[in-house]
Design a protein around this ligand. Structure first.
Ligand SMILES: Nc1ncnc2c1ncn2[C@@H]1O[C@H](COP(=O)(O)OP(=O)(O)OP(=O)(O)O)[C@@H](O)[C@H]1O
Length: 258
């Protein structure tokens, strides 16, 4: 039997704060298989970022078990099992795009020739060939976010964790980046965990949609998408798409009323 890439079983996380404990994650059970594109959707405070941070070993669950590539999250982090893309591109303004992408590789002591080769490959993947010598401020917001995806891909980890990467972009740029991300996912076969507030974005991108609700943060629905892998943007007008979007909306509403 195929082992899940990410396996969460009864994961709980309670933050101890000065006022009262915050139950950020309650009994989270989730299996993510290799090559899945999983979106996490839910209202503010339902624990989406916390769950992603647990997978990335930036937070530790206070209960349950969580494995990434069969390892503990901390071991998986040391094995460079994933790349992480944040909401803000987070590029250093005094470094060129090329040098921003190289930074983590430099820290790891990669030889120069290999760094150059990797930078070229990831710039190609995000369609930014020719922009390596530019500084971040010379690029549009969408291009900066693509550069930050390239940086996360530089280690060639097979998992990509993305926390609302396109949340700050206008809708047209976002549509384009969604299309490009799907192509990149198809070409590379990576497993992607993607946090979003947008129902159409979640439905358009995902093979699996994880609906969450707050207080305490928990999973209320997991939808396996019947949509084909090949998805032109127009798929959003089909009855199948609208039906899944409806189920997500219902799930969010029920979580809200619970
Ligand atoms: N370090 C922390 N200490 C205390 N509470 C925290 C901490 N980090 C997160 N929380 C709380 O845990 C809950 C879940 O937060 P989280 O950021 O994961 O939610 P989210 O679903 O990602 O929200 P958003 O959509 O606004 O980013 C919130 O109530 C938040 O205030």
């Amino acid at each position: 039997m195929k082992k899940p890439v990410i396996d969460a079983s009864g994961v709980n996380l309670t933050f101890q704060t000065k006022d009262a404990p915050v139950h950020a994650l309650k009994d989270v059970n989730l299996q993510i298989d290799k090559g899945d594109f999983v979106s996490f959707i839910g209202p503010s405070g339902c624990g989406k970022t916390t769950l992603l941070r647990c997978i990335a070993a930036l937070e530790a669950p206070t209960g349950g078990s969580l494995t990434v590539n069969g390892l503990s999250p901390d071991e998986a982090r040391k094995a460079r099992s994933y790349g992480y893309v944040f909401q803000a591109a987070g590029l250093y303004p005094w470094r060129t795009i090329e040098k921003n992408i190289k930074l983590p590789l430099e820290i790891m002591g990669y030889p120069k020739a290999e760094m150059d080769e990797r930078v070229k490959r990831v710039l190609d993947l995000v369609d930014l060939s020719g922009f390596g010598k530019k500084f971040p401020w010379q690029l549009s917001g969408g291009m900066q976010q693509r550069a930050s995806i390239a940086r996360a891909l530089a280690f060639d980890a097979d998992i990509l964790l993305m926390d609302e990467p396109f949340g700050a972009l206008d809708e047209i740029v976002r549509d384009k980046l969604n299309e490009e991300l799907l192509k990149l996912w198809d070409r590379t076969g990576k497993t992607i965990c993607f946090v979003t507030h947008s129902i159409p974005e979640a439905v358009y991108l995902s093979t699996k949609i994880v609906v969450m609700s707050p207080r305490p943060g928990r999973i209320t629905d997991v939808i396996e998408s019947p949509l084909p892998r090949e998805r032109p943007l127009e798929i959003r007008d089909t009855p199948e798409f609208i039906e899944i979007a409806h189920r997500v909306r219902e799930g969010l509403r029920e979580g809200h009323n619970a």
